[in-house]
Design a protein around this ligand. Structure first.
Ligand code: FAD
Length: 467
């Protein structure tokens, strides 16, 4: 009987332990289920764009191996039960999912399949420590990143060999829905028209990015990773989001490079720490399903956020009059991505200077980021708001002008994304309102006074935390 392989956040054929295990058990029917309501929070627009192209790449890759990708829409457990019946499969194999909704759906699928004597075989991701197995000495989840990072590094498992999958054809192929009929790509207006210039979703695109990063950026990564004006980071986050590459494989490749070219110790260590931040987010979400909904420190939900549609609109469109903020928000809109340093700056601006609820920002990012991830996004927004378990203290309010001067000293990043400022002198690029003639034509004056709004935020936070 054929085996169903249920793709989730592991859209790759290479080094996919669960897929290889399925292939070893019999002829495999690969399935992807679009379960927007049950498994995932309805995907944002940029994620849908990515998913479309990633699935197209996966289907092509499977075809080259003599297999097909079967696409179905609906509640995952119902779809799987129906497919098992249709194909006579008695076994479904999938990687374990850790997000609370997806994990619940896997449990439900297992129950439903059992009713018709089929089993769901859940395979643990290689190299990943199960979140329930990583606890403090008191048996509680880690709350501090540093301790989590150390614990994770101490657990490091040697890289496992994973055989490449070999596909043998099943007796027949069930029908598949057409990817184009899912409408994952925007039609009109096509706001994603420039995404394709920046991104190549899919496994091959992920490998290409990884190798470009190792060749060109790893060497200076610790120094350049905070510089939005340089091309200093990997750009792997959307690929990691869909499992086109596993964090484990990124790290193994970096370690191999370190082995070939000694002197990369600090670089690889930094990369590992960043990947562990990603793991920390997933870990926090596992232990706190409300990570994206409620402040991890409850007192922070007493903050009286402002309702400011005009301010929110200016922020989201990149029209706040604060150059580094606008550059970031425009990079996000045009490419589905924003540099990490700038994400921190725009988040701080929304939460502190505009005093708008971090959940509004989280939702905007969810819709517009190609790497939108329920765990990383929520954790980082809570960090920016000060409400996260290991967040910056709330009274540290980023000053976007000094941040810009420090991390984009010549204004290269700002000029790239805010053409109105292309010819502004370097000394004033991060504060064009200080020019004798004011901001250049077409560029707004700042919508807030940075000093006053900082004090307003401190007041609002103090009130909430002392209540
Ligand atoms: P690199 O510097 O090359 O880092 C390598 C990998 O490490 C990244 O791909 C990513 O998986 C991980 N990583 C690095 N920094 C972080 C971090 N702070 N938190 C978690 N993982 C990290 N990242 C997402 O993947 N999805 C999100 O939805 C997301 N939302 C964010 C929201 C805010 C407000 C902030 C401040 C950060 C957010 N991040 C998110 C984290 C970070 O900005 C991106 O992971 C990073 O910019 C991706 O670029 P890169 O792959 O070039 O990073």
């Amino acid at each position: 009987a054929p085996v169903l392989f249920w793709f989730g956040r592991d859209l790759r054929l290479g080094r996919n332990a669960a897929l290889s295990a399925a292939c070893a058990a019999g002829p495999v029917i690969p399935v992807f289920i679009l379960d927007d309501e049950g498994v995932d929070r309805p995907l944002g627009g940029a994620s849908r764009w990515w998913l479309h192209h990633s699935l197209a790449a996966l289907a092509k890759n499977l075809e080259a191996h003599g297999a097909r990708l079967i696409l179905r829409r609906g509640r995952s457990c119902d779809v799987l039960a129906a497919l098992a019946q249709e194909t006579g499969a008695r076994r479904v194999v999938a990687h374990r999912r850790y997000e609370p909704d997806a994990a619940a759906m896997q449990a439900e699928a297992r129950r439903m399949l059992a009713r018709s004597d089929a089993e769901l075989d859940i395979v643990h991701e290689t190299g990943r420590v199960a979140p329930e197995d990583l606890l403090t000495q008191q048996g509680r989840p880690y709350q501090v990143f540093g301790a989590f990072d150390r614990a994770l590094k101490a657990r490091e498992a040697p890289a496992e060999r994973i055989a490449d999958p070999t596909f043998s054809p099943p007796p027949s192929w069930p029908a598949s829905e057409a990817l184009s009929a899912w409408g994952l790509r925007p039609v009109s207006p096509d706001w994603a028209s420039q995404f394709g210039e920046v991104w190549t979703p899919g496994e091959a695109g992920a490998q290409a990015r990884l190798h470009r990063f190792l060749d060109e950026a790893l060497q200076d990564y610790p120094e350049n990773r905070d510089r939005p004006d340089r091309d200093g980071t990997s750009g792997l986050s959307p690929h990691l989001r869909w499992g086109e590459i596993a964090p484990d494989d990124v790290l193994a490749a970096a370690r191999f490079r370190r082995h070939l070219e000694p002197g990369l110790e600090a670089q690889v260590a930094k990369l590992e720490t960043e990947l562990n931040w990603r793991a920390f987010g997933a870990y926090l979400l596992f232990h706190d399903p409300d990570l994206g909904r409620k402040a991890a420190r409850p007192a922070y939900d007493k903050i009286r956020w402002r309702n400011d549609p005009v301010g929110f609109r200016a922020w989201s469109r990149g029209r706040t009059g604060v150059p580094i903020v606008d550059a970031g928000m425009r990079q996000l809109w045009r490419t589905g991505f924003m540099h990490n340093r700038v994400r921190m700056i725009v988040a701080s601006f929304l939460v502190k200077n505009l005093l708008i609820d971090w959940r509004r920002g989280e939702a905007w990012f969810w819709d517009t980021l190609v790497d939108a991830d329920p765990a990383s996004n929520a954790m980082n927004w809570q960090w920016a708001a000060g409400s996260g378990v290991d967040a910056a203290p709330y009274f540290r309010v980023f000053n976007p002008v000094t941040q810009g001067e420090r991390f984009d000293p010549d204004g290269v990043y700002v000029r790239r994304w805010v053409p109105e400022l292309a010819r502004a002198p370097a000394q004033a690029i991060h504060a064009p309102w200080t020019l004798p003639s004011g901001p250049p034509d077409g560029y707004p004056a700042p919508i807030v006074d940075l000093r006053e709004t900082r004090l307003r935020a401190l007041d609002a936070y103090r009130q909430a935390l002392s209540a």
